[in-house]
Design a protein around this ligand. Structure first.
Ligand code: GUE
Ligand code: MG
Length: 284
């Protein structure tokens, strides 16, 4: 039986419609959520993602601002920009697009963002609160993945979830959130031996390897929910996932496409975090 395609784009659209209503209500109370994105350098992929973020803001009524700096910007300059944004009451969320040029320390930059404006959920305080299960800004891709899985009607509790990849932005946090949803979680990575043995036991398989078409049907248990977090631009210019879509579709019960799966959910969770940051900051 062929998998149902999990259209992240559609789920994202319905959440954005809800958010637009919420933003319209906030505006009646004089609260205008604002997001500032800082982009350093001229990586074309980064520019493309940032366009998606501005478009998303526009759709839901968030005021968005883009600060473009050239690749020679110093760490000091960037830190002072962030300081200004931290102090600006019109800015509720700050996102510094990653990766940054090699001469700038990503951790120094992330740590400079005020945790209440950390809409990426990357600040150590946000990460720490997530680990502790405290209410906090959740990282966008992992949060979007959990929302997508829930929309399938799949009960996460008690299921065996396998995550491939252990990055700070996807693998580590999504495995933690799955565990908080009461899944039994196995984390696999580039050094895992006998990968297939692990992945074939997954009821829920989250693939975030960053390697195009690495996962085939031999890795997948029939009926599994498969979430493809890959965004790989191949030579033809086409965007592909980490999963061989056509063959995994034959065995999975649900499968996310690339594009149109996790990506639009990531941006939507960013919008959601910006709205909740605005609400929280308005109370002070
Ligand atoms: N501080 C920071 N926060 C991020 O959240 C962040 C980042 N840096 N750096 C880069 C990655 C990547 N990322 C994506 C977001 C949306 C899509 C997305 O919407 N993709 C569309 C297709 C877009 C296209 O066609 O190029 C889709 O999957 O349908 C992809 C990738 C956020 N990132
Ligand atoms: Mg990894």
């Amino acid at each position: 039986m062929a998998a149902t395609i999990l259209q992240g784009k559609e789920v994202a659209q319905s959440i954005r419609t809800e958010l637009a209503t919420e933003v319209a209500d906030l505006k009646k109370q004089g609260i205008i959520p604002g997001l500032t994105v800082v982009l350093v350098g001229d990586d074309p992929a980064s520019h493309s993602y940032v366009r998606g973020k501005s478009k998303g803001c526009e759709e839901v009524g968030i005021r968005s601002e883009l600060i473009l700096k050239d690749a020679s910007t110093t760490e000091e300059e960037l830190l002072s920009i962030i300081q200004g944004l931290n102090e600006n009451p019109n800015v509720n969320g700050i996102l510094v697009q990653l990766p940054l040029p090699a001469h700038i320390s990503e951790s120094a930059v992330i740590e400079a963002i005020h945790p209440e404006k950390d809409v990426d959920g990357f600040h150590p305080i946000s990460v720490g609160n997530m680990v502790l299960g405290n209410e906090t800004m959740l990282p966008c891709t992992p949060h979007g993945i959990i929302e997508l899985i829930k929309r399938t009607g799949t009960e996460i509790a008690g299921k065996h979830a396998v995550v491939i990849g252990r990055s700070n932005i996807v693998g580590k946090p999504v495995s933690l959130l799955l565990q908080q949803e009461n899944a039994t979680v196995t984390m696999c990575h580039s050094r895992t031996q006998n990968l297939e043995e692990h992945t074939r036991r997954a009821d829920i398989l989250v693939v975030a390897t960053g390697k195009a078409h690495m996962i085939g049907k031999e890795h997948v248990k029939p009926g599994a929910v498969v979430i493809d977090v890959g965004v790989n631009r191949i030579e033809t210019g086409k965007l592909v996932g980490d999963v061989k879509f056509d063959e995994v579709q034959e065995v999975a019960s649900f499968l996310t496409p690339v594009p149109g799966g996790v990506g639009p959910m990531t941006i939507t969770m960013l919008l959601k975090n910006t709205v909740s940051a605005a609400k929280k900051q308005a109370k002070r």
